[in-house]
Design a protein around this ligand. Sequence first.
Ligand code: URA
Length: 230
Amino acid sequence: MRLDKYISNATDLSRTEAKRLIKAGDVSIDAKMATSGSQKVSSDHSVTIDGSPITLLVDRYFMMNKPAGVVSATKDHSNPTAIDLIYEHRNQQLQIAGRLDIDTTGLLLITDDGQWNHIVTSPRTDCKKIYLVELENPVGDDYQKKLEEGIALEGEKRRCLPATMEVIDDHHIRLCISEGKYHQVKRMITSLGNEVLSLHRMQIGGIELDPELEPGDYRPLTADEIASIQ
Ligand code: URA
């Protein structure tokens, strides 16, 4: 990696600022003064700024218990975002892996690993998402069959991938889908002739929402949780 890129990855500095420091002689590679931003460095090198070592950031992975009223985005003009609730260095580099509507609560995965994010969100990878759905009207007898056949959503050419459900009681189901179309669960339930009163995501792939997390809280994923997404 270029030295200027390495510095901007490892610190809050922009590449222009990094170049300025290199030019000023403030940066060293393996105790030798660096001369140019284009010099190549890797994690095997010891890079220092003003004598203080810097290290490349590794990808970060978090789960959040998203509260209602929070937008699944990096920036929003009128509402707090999930990223605003992440008190980490360089949080604007984090991305949400599978958005939730503003009124949906529950499991949100947040990472700066683009490839991992893709595995979570792509319909091709069959990464299951489980939602607790509160229904306005009682569960219909035909829901299971229609979900298994694939619901045809208004305005979509292709049917949804087959979904499964578990009835909890008359007005609550656990719904398992493997895609993330816009307002997918709400639109599926509407097309079954019912309405969603509340929606809560409980699980993504093998990762379950940690019951210890209060709404708005987050924690790093464990190595096993990260590896469970493949
Ligand atoms: N489906 C929805 O309709 N909303 C969500 O937030 C997530 C899935």
